[in-house]
Design a protein around this ligand. Sequence first.
Ligand SMILES: Nc1nc2c(c(=O)[nH]1)N(C=O)[C@@H](CNc1ccc(C(=O)N[C@@H](CCC(=O)O)C(=O)O)cc1)CN2
Ligand SMILES: Nc1nc2c(ncn2[C@@H]2O[C@H](COP(=O)(O)OP(=O)(O)OP(=O)(O)O)[C@@H](O)[C@H]2O)c(=O)[nH]1
Ligand SMILES: [K+]
Length: 442
Amino acid sequence: MLNDSIAAISTALQQGAISIVRISGDEAFDIAERILTISIKDKPTHTIHYGFVVDPLSGDSVDEVMVSVFKAPKTFTGENMVEINCHGGTYVTKEVLRLCLENGARMANRGEFSQRAFLNGKMDLTKAEAIHDMVMAMDKNNARMAANALQGSVRKVMDPLLEKLLDIIANIEVNIDYPEYDDVEMLSVETVIPKCKSLLKDMDEVLRKANSGKVLKEGIKTAIIGKPNVGKSSLLNALLEEDKAIVSDIEGTTRDMVEGSVRLDNVTLHLIDTAGIRNSEDVIEKIGIEKSKQILEEAELVIVLFDGSQPLDNLDKELLSITEDKDRLLVYNKKDIKRYEGINISAKDEDIDELMNALNKKYDEYHEAYQVPMLQNERQLALMQNARQALIRAVDALEAEMELDLVTIDLQSAYYALKEILGEVSKDDLLDTLFSKFCLGK
Ligand SMILES: Nc1nc2c(c(=O)[nH]1)N(C=O)[C@@H](CNc1ccc(C(=O)N[C@@H](CCC(=O)O)C(=O)O)cc1)CN2
Ligand SMILES: Nc1nc2c(ncn2[C@@H]2O[C@H](COP(=O)(O)OP(=O)(O)OP(=O)(O)O)[C@@H](O)[C@H]2O)c(=O)[nH]1
Ligand SMILES: [K+]
């Protein structure tokens, strides 16, 4: 049932200055008034008021609060909403929630406020996803992408595509509805094929942007390779040291381990486990090369590390040759002993500024990429790919001069896939899965 009133603590449940208990639904004002010393129904929307929360059974005063009033339909959820700003202790916040639940509200499910906002037409699915992304964003870039999506950037991508596709569908429908006009059909099929191809091109562009967005969002798989003892572990430690917070954030990652993430200005590097080559000190060098090849397959960026204090030998040259086709940086370690032409570091002394500068410079242009409207996640990408496939089938059918009815089926499935990106034809189970990932009280 959509109209029961839900309540939840919308702030993190920890000691802080203020916590917010949120109520949404038809009865929100009645429920709040049962536990407050003030009336709120009579107050204008989007206003905040001073009062006390009192347990109606015992008459005990629970907290001194500020109460925000939001009147349907112009609210976040589209329903009546009350936010009780109480003192941010975990006990008192839970007490206020308990009183809401005892006086007519139901405990909200995860993401249920946003789900209601979506169901009440307050936002499309991509905006709901953006809220989730915003909550989860750990760095500036992810937050910026989410902020774009919150402002409707995905819709900006989708609207022109949907418009073009509808135009194509309309052209075909004319032929189905008026099959007796042979001329119309000829003319129309001739114009429709180029239109489909132009739309396909647009979709490819959208997919291309989304893929680079995905790389940015998810980070870049990075391998450090080099001969035994060139200083790989030292470099890894120095890199991870640059960003202690992230390292300790990752479950099971300790300073001794060989995996972790390094947050640069514009992207995050995920260091791939190179334990295989690290431990090859006592095995024949060939194994090191074989391991390197395996690791290279996975890597999107390779840092090839040399011992700068020594002349490059055949093994170094082999590493140079197997990384030739890779996106790579050549780095010389042990600059405290000797410098080479290029990027020099002293991993042991955690002196890796030249490498950090080179990395930041390398991904500098990605800075802008966050500002362009683009698809935001795997779900959207997969649907765009489905739409593209369906459109390709339609073009094939048109070129093979198949029945127009058959073409329409493919065009329609392309249309539905595009609409589903915005959540406009999606199924309930999809919604439940999506919103259950949200934080409570969102
Ligand atoms: N206290 C508080 N802070 C919050 C939220 C909230 O719900 N409560 N938000 C929740 O995520 C975010 C802000 N998002 C919001 C989005 C829409 C509306 C809202 O009332 N929309 C109405 C009227 C808009 C207007 O007056 O122009 C509407 O869309 O009809 C409020 C907050 C972040 N900060
Ligand atoms: N002088 C100098 N020595 C360094 C530097 N970085 C690392 N070393 C030394 O080089 C040796 C090897 O360093 P590691 O970081 O263990 O090298 P590695 O490439 O991980 O070695 P394997 O795990 O055996 O492949 C150690 O004795 C380090 O102290 C540096 O910048 N300058
Ligand atoms: K070593």
